[in-house]
Design a protein around this ligand. Sequence first.
Ligand SMILES: [Zn+2]
Ligand SMILES: [Zn+2]
Length: 388
Amino acid sequence: MDKTERKYFPAELHCHTVHSDGAMTPAELVENAAKRGYAAIALTDHNTSSAYAEAKARADRLAGFYTNSDLSAHGERETYTDRSACIRMNGVSPAYAGKARAETESAGLGVIRGVEWTTFFGHILCLYDGAGEAADWRKFKKENFDGFAEAAREKGAVLIAAHPRRLGTPVGTGCRFEYNESCFKYFSAFEVWSQNEPNDSPANRLAVKMYDGLLCKGYKLAAVYGYDWHKPLSDAKLFANTYIGAENASPEALKDGLRRGDAYAALGISAELYADGERTPFGAEIERGIRTFELKIGGGLCPCPAEPRIFRAKGTAVCRMEKASVGAYNAFYGADKHGKPETACGVNAADFKVGEKSVFEVQSGWLRFEIFGADGKPLLSASPIYVK
Ligand SMILES: [Zn+2]
Ligand SMILES: [Zn+2]
């Protein structure tokens, strides 16, 4: 399939059930995931995938689950009363409203088999289809983890760093990622955002910073969100979604999307990137030079806060450049909002207008987009595109 025909499917890649410390049975998790409108979930109980059979069986019986015909006409709406499966239109580009949701309505729910390797030095989501586990987490040490990660990757596992900057000992032993950085070459993705209110969390701000630092060092990782879903639906707090570019919502296609780096974390919106007028997947490589970028924004899945948040989107492109721009372009760049590069490798921020074309001169390295709401908090954090 042509890469331009891929679509973005909303998925939740970090879920727990009663098979570890979650409160939902596998069937309840699947039902709640379907209500939220996900195309797929990954089952990531702590160190076990024993919930898979029940979850898969329940998901297989979901055909025809979507009976709310209101959902097909959400494009013009701004607010929704169905808090369990709502779509919020944020007033940017109505033509794209709810597109992602519409694509998933007839597709049921995919269940990706996985575990959360839960260890003293970090938590890792291991999405793996095999009968056994991809590696024996009980043997992980800082010194040997790279070998286990490599072996799992060779077996086809997709590895995701979970909540890498959450508080560690003594608050949550093992929650902070402390394995050697070199292991990231075997990883496909990184949770830039985690848990409720993901755009207002110090741990997530640190995670984004760590992520940009890893990109600067040459690691290629997709940016994803992890709800770390333990309890039934809670509408009181905001949560985000991971959108994955794929041919369909099957587990294999979605894992391939993560391996390609075609994903983003977003809160209440969805997005597609166009480079020089051509739909461009995140994770793709482009040529260096003067390029025109446009992010087309649509509605996304959301928990519908009591007051819908209409925002004026503002975007920031985080890019690595070998030289500063000259003033001929309509995008400003050269420094972040504090006036200096944010990381050691010289990440610069450039303002661009969401929904409009912005011109950047891009040099070899990477470039990724973030979108902020009117309150200055991020609404979208995308995986980079790479510049040859
Ligand atoms: Zn964890
Ligand atoms: Zn977890």
